[in-house]
Design a protein around this ligand. Sequence first.
Ligand SMILES: Nc1ncnc2c1ncn2[C@@H]1O[C@H](COP(=O)(O)OP(=O)(O)OP(=O)(O)O)[C@@H](O)[C@H]1O
Length: 234
Amino acid sequence: MTVLLEGKDIRKTYQTGEVTVAVLKGLNFQILQGEFIVVLGQSGSGKTTLLNILGGMTKATSGELFYKGHPLHQASDKELTLYRRNEVGFVFQHYNLMSNLTAYENVKLAWEIAENPLSIEEILGDVGLKDWSAHFPSQLSGGQQQRIAIARAIVKNPELLLCDEPTGALDIQTGIQVLKALQKLNREYRKTVLIITHNAEISKMSNRVFYLKDGLLDRIVVNEHQIQPEDITW
Ligand SMILES: Nc1ncnc2c1ncn2[C@@H]1O[C@H](COP(=O)(O)OP(=O)(O)OP(=O)(O)O)[C@@H](O)[C@H]1O
């Protein structure tokens, strides 16, 4: 198995005035290519901070982070921009779609800037929205909008899909549709998927679960029996 990301003693502190807060206190981990990982932790445990570091949006205060063996902690701003653009897809709780563009056009925006994009039609089919291409976001349900956001993230053909509470704003039925879309992209395109969430139920469909607590990876647990998204309840 290829190691996609490796973190060594990752630390992050925030300085607000005279107060220094240590949020991540030395994380060590490997993320393998093609894995489906869920990061669980209470509010304030540092999940978003970790996601931002993995996605090249911010740098750790200290420690080393390697992407396919390349040291991201030593990367220039320009190199990090290329990393974010070509290697990483982001999915957020709030879909951040352009309201004046159709579903298809929203996905096309990402397609246009990508080096080696996937087919827009194929990806819209994969997320179950081929027949909704001409609709505007306001004409779509929350789950459909999130699936458009996922299509937009994946059409760039990134290795890694980072998702911040992707079902946080959704009811269970629409949340399951979103999880199914993520599972399909993970399995069919071998994309590495990492989801951060409060919702422990979602971890039941993952390969491994990272438990973040008090600034440390308290436990990393292999999930022996992955359940299907439709069997998840919350
Ligand atoms: N830019 C910042 N400046 C100062 N403190 C910050 C900053 N970003 C985050 N923090 C602090 O770091 C801690 C961890 O925040 P983070 O958003 O990573 O946690 P989280 O686990 O994602 O929380 P939630 O589940 O509530 O989104 C919090 O105490 C937060 O206030």
